[in-house]
Design a protein around this ligand. Structure first.
Ligand SMILES: Nc1ncnc2c1ncn2[C@@H]1O[C@H](COP(=O)(O)OP(=O)(O)OP(=O)(O)O)[C@@H](O)[C@H]1O
Ligand SMILES: [Mg+2]
Length: 254
């Protein structure tokens, strides 16, 4: 063990944690989580340390690196959506609580100018039905608040074509849900006016970013790309364009 991490219980069993699509080898060991290090890890560790120093509770704590070269994080107790998504991923109250949490994370990260950018149900820990913490900061990067809100609306506002939505979100009214979430986030008027443009440009950039990750990193990125993730992003981009006026109208209406 290195760093301040205490080796107590190093003979404890490793319980695999299934969640997202990319990172393999995420395990729980007692009250900790071990994740492989990657090129993104120095930034992730800066972010987690910053949140800890800011006294922000809604993120795992970085405890160190273990003797197998994995990052050691605190396991955040609570409820996390697995696959298939539970019905509550479609509920307004849950989504509103996520928007409030993302606002608090963004405020805490303001000095660093970075955003989480992967606010999926699998990366959100709930306590008593309210979003308590974000985990999995692997996609953290320099980004604007509007880019982060667009990412929130993709995952919790069902801002994508109905045919591409998860069944538990298929019934959602994207305009009404979008309004609810930007209100909960507290987005200002000018942000609401610009959000659709940012979401559309973001979809295009995500397409390019994912393509190059699939080509350069392979693994889960390549598998998602083969399974049509790129086409899905293009469909979302066209859907956002087709609904631009309606969605913006709902966001700015008094
Ligand atoms: N610190 C933590 N506290 C509580 N649960 C966690 C923590 N880290 C991971 N988990 C659980 O393990 C699952 C997978 O972990 P994580 O999101 O870190 O990796 P991943 O989703 O497999 O990676 P990626 O999203 O990069 O593909 C999460 O969805 C969550 O259920
Ligand atoms: Mg994840």
């Amino acid at each position: 063990m290195t760093g301040q991490f205490d080796a107590s219980g190093s003979d404890e069993v490793e319980v695999p944690l299934a969640g997202g699509d990319v990172t393999e080898g995420v395990v729980r060991v007692g009250r900790t989580v071990r994740r492989p290090l990657g090129v993104h890890s120095p930034l992730v560790h800066r972010v987690l340390t910053h949140l800890e120093e800011a006294g922000f509770e809604g993120a795992p704590r970085l405890l160190g690196v273990d003797d197998r070269g994995r990052e050691v994080l605190t396991f955040v107790e609570g409820e996390v959506a697995g696959r298939p998504w539970p019905a509550w991923v479609g509920e307004d109250e849950r989504a509103v609580s996520v928007a409030r949490l993302v606002r608090r994370v963004d405020d805490a990260l303001e000095p660093l100018g970075v955003r989480h950018m992967d606010v999926t149900p699998e990366n959100t820990v709930f306590r008593e039905g309210q979003a308590f913490a974000l985990i999995d900061f692997d996609l953290v990067r320099e980004a604007t608040r509007l880019e982060q809100v667009a990412n929130l609306l993709l995952w919790w506002g069902a801002w994508l074509p109905e045919a591409d939505r998860d069944p538990v979100q298929r019934h959602l009214d994207a305009a009404a849900r979008g309004r609810l979430l930007v209100d909960a986030y507290g987005l200002d008027r000018s942000g609401r006016e610009r959000l659709l443009q940012v979401a559309i440009e973001g979809a295009d950039r995500t397409w390019h970013r994912m393509k190059s990750r699939a080509e350069q990193e392979g693994g889960g990125w390549a598998r998602m790309w083969r399974e049509g993730a790129g086409d899905q992003i293009r469909r979302r981009e066209r859907w956002l364009q087709a609904h631009q006026r309606e969605l913006t109208g709902a966001l700015v209406r008094r």
